[in-house]
Structure formats: structure tokens, C-alpha cells
Ligand binder design. Sequence first.
Ligand code: HEC
Length: 142
Amino acid sequence: MRALRPALLLTAVVVAGGCSESEPTVEGRWYTASQVARGTVLYDQFCIGCHGVDAQGTAEWHKPLADGRYPPPPLNGTAHTWHHPLKGLKKTIEIGGVPLGGSMPAFGNQVSEAESEALISYLQSHWPDPVYQAWLQRGGLQ
Ligand code: HEC
């Protein structure tokens, strides 16, 4: 009887889950590997030209340009992207930086909310754990 238990338990989990295809999140993170993969494709299409191949942005990102605007910052966890909760990051992608006096274009017409989340998961896949933890502690997911 005992030997049967693990099998029964597994069946129960699959049935209760309703969908045996649901993908687990990347360990310790809110997103899945599929979201990161989707985000990588979108990033290469829309963001790479300004924010760089590995989301490293511009080295002197905190120095204003001649016109007073700022160059594209790194999004890889070395700048202050981790100060913004998920909602705020989604908003930036949707409306861009122009309404705030910046120069980033809006992407609300080109990427869906799910795509925006995939983009953020791609960015966060570059964040070292201490940066990601600090983001969580600041209420990143609230
Ligand atoms: C034309 C250049 C350009 C493109 C393309 C661009 N950005 Fe930006 N981005 C910027 C600039 C410049 C800033 C700094 C704020 C500003 O000036 O608007 C910025 C800021 C950001 C921020 C806020 C960072 C922080 O630390 O507060 C995020 C997040 C971001 N971009 C994500 C993206 C994503 C995702 C894409 C692709 C969908 C993208 N950007 C495409 C230029 C760009």
C-alpha cells in the first residue's frame, strides 16, 4: 500500500492543477523561462538600439546630454531600474519617457501587457540576486 502513495499523490497534483502544462517560475523569481525567451525576442526588436545588447545602456547614463535629456540607462540592474515596481516599469514601456521630460518613445501601441511583462522578465534575468531581492523588498511585486 505504501509504495502506491507517491503515484497517487502525483495524480492528485496533476488533477488539482487542472493543467499539466503550467510552467514553474524560474527559481526565486516571478517569471518563467518562456517569458524570458519571449522578452529576449521583443527586446532585440524594440529596445536593443538604445539600451544595448545586454541591457547595459550607456555608461554615463546619469550625465545629461547637451539638450538636458538623459541617455538610455542600463536596465541590467546596475542603474536604478530596480527602484521601480513592476507596475511602474510597465507604465514606462507603455507611455515612454516623453511625458516626464525624457526621450524614450512609448510602446503601448506595439507591445501588449503580456509582452511588456515578458520584456521586464528579460531585463530582470540580468539582475543579480541581491538586486532582485532589494527590488522585492521595496515592494516590486505590489
Ligand atoms: C530611442 C531610444 C530608446 C528606446 C528604443 C527604448 N528606450 Fe527605454 N529609455 C530610453 C531613455 C533615454 C530612458 C531614460 C528616460 C527618458 O529619457 O525617457 C529610458 C528609460 C527606460 C526605463 C526606465 C529605467 C529606469 O531606471 O528608470 C525602462 C524600464 C526602459 N527604458 C525600458 C525600455 C524597453 C523595455 C524598451 C523596448 C520596448 C525601451 N526602453 C526602448 C531610451 C529608449
